[in-house]
Structure formats: structure tokens, C-alpha cells
Design a protein. Sequence first.
Length: 348
Amino acid sequence: MDLVDRKYRILQAIIDDYILTALPVGSRTISRKYEQKLSSATIRNEMSDLEELGYLDSPHTSAGRVPSNKAYRLYVDQMLRPMPLSVEETAFINSCFERRTHQVADLSTRIARALSSMTHYTTAVMTRSPRSEQVLSHLQLVPVADRRILLVLVTRGGAVRQSVLDVPRSIAPDELYAVSRILSARLEGTPLSALPGRLVELSGGADMGMAGILQAMTEQQPEEAQSDVSALVIGGRSNLLSFPEYSDVDKAKALLSVLETREKVVSLLSNNGEMEISVRIGPETGMEETRDCSIVTASYRLSDGRVNTIGLIGPTRMQYGKVLSVLGQVGRSLSELLDENDRLEQKR
């Protein structure tokens, strides 16, 4: 028997068992349940080699092993087997799309609730507006400290961008309110991409007070990462607390803090492609608070050009096969709903 193949099969068995039980896996478990032809001693030697290669970790409280993040990455990339959904699970997902809607927020809420209930993970659904729709509706300037103001930009698509500006002098709230009204009136309908140029134009004929604000707005643009997010819905925030990985109070609080922060959730959902599924494991999520989590995201383009990104957040021992099957079925059901909406629109 090929040694590499044997290690591969033992590692896959360890990962499969740990995903199901959350208990460290020992050689006797592998011998009894997965590799009856191999002795426990042989399996122990292979497990030691896998640990040296960085695929297994040894908890101090147990003689068994647990998969490392490196092992999960190999599992997702090369070992993962499809986990077909049951008839009942498929029907449950389809039922979420039976009622036609033109409200993306309503659709997102239904998806978030359904998937968090079905998978017992936390679900987040983010809607991004097309770049071409990023046109300013209105703005607001709010004092936050001496010589510091909060700039809030709201687009016609409902996206909100904000940043804190440093200004050359203290500005009274009444004056800021008046400036907000003037700038909203003059800048309404301006594409956000053209906003810096318009601000420079306006600053040429502005008095000293407004010129200082306009210069600060030009120099300190709001965060681009949030610019086109028009809606964010989260379902099952507390679901993760039912997993033993989050029995530690401090770890649970840190994770819940992330799920309560819009900017961090948006960062977790962001990926490099549309209509693609992305799996990020542990440190790949990019946040210290979620280094024990995995997040699987899938993006779907809606008929009006907006993009819905659905993310499932769970422990690194997530049931990846089922999650991918669930997201695939959601994509098919969503496509059918959008096609039906398009047909009804064409008949009108």
C-alpha cells in the first residue's frame, strides 16, 4: 500500500470524525471505524508523521489529535466530497423563494433566517449596489470633538459612507447644519467618483469657513470598502455559542463583538469574485477574533445589477460539504426566482 495514500486516508478520516464529534481522534478510533486492516500502532506512527508535517495538533488534555488549519485547507481543496441535501432540506430552501419579491432587503432577511436555522451557523447576507449607481443623495456633517466632524454620505441606492474629518477650527453645530444643507443641495446627483473634483470647484468661491471643510472633505475621503454596501442582514448571531469551541467566555465575547460591527462583517464577506464560492479558514479570515472560525461565501448577481453575497460563519470544523451544497441550492433557487420576476416584468 502506498504510504502517501495511507497518510492521506488517515488524515481524511481524522478530519471527518472530528467534524462530527468535536473530540480529539485517537488511533483506536481510526482503526475501529475507518481503517480496520491497519493496527493501532501503524496508525499512531502515521499520525505522528502527520503531526510533524503540520496537519495535526495534540491537545494537552488528550492523547488524540485534532486537525490543524493546514489540514482543513487540504481537506477543502482536495478531499471534500459533495454532501447531497435531503428532499426535505431542498424543499425548505425552495420555500424561502416561493413568494415573489422586489425588495432585496426582504429577500436577504428570508435567506439569513433560513440558512441560520438550517445549518446552525451564523448567516450574513450583504447587498452591494453597482458602481454606476453610486450617486450622492445627501450628506450630513456632525460635530464629534473639537476640530473634528463626522461626514456622512448617503447614496441614492441607500449605501452609507462615513469618515471623521479634521478641520482647521471649531465649528458650531448650527453652522455645520447650515453647511450640510448647502452642500447637499449643490452636490445632490453627483457621482461619488466625481465628488473630489466638485469639492475643489466649490472651494474656489467659498468663504474661509466652508473652504476649510471642503478641503478636509477632499483630503480625507470615506472608506471605499463600505462605499457600495446598501444592505447587511445577519441571522443566528448566537448560534455559534452552541459549539464547544466557543465555551470560553472571552473568546465568545470577542466573536460576538465582530458580528455586531458592520464594518467587520462586511470585511468578512468581501471576496475577490462574483458568482464564485470562497472558503476562508482560520487566519485566512483576516481577523484575530475569527482565527478559530471559517467563513464560506457565495456571490450572486441580481437582475438589477446588485450583488448579494451570502456568508456562513462557523467553527473551522464546519461541515464544508453540506455548506457548499446549501449555497449551491440557494443559488439555483435564487436564479429561478429572478427569472420568474423578469418574465412577469416583461408581460406588463
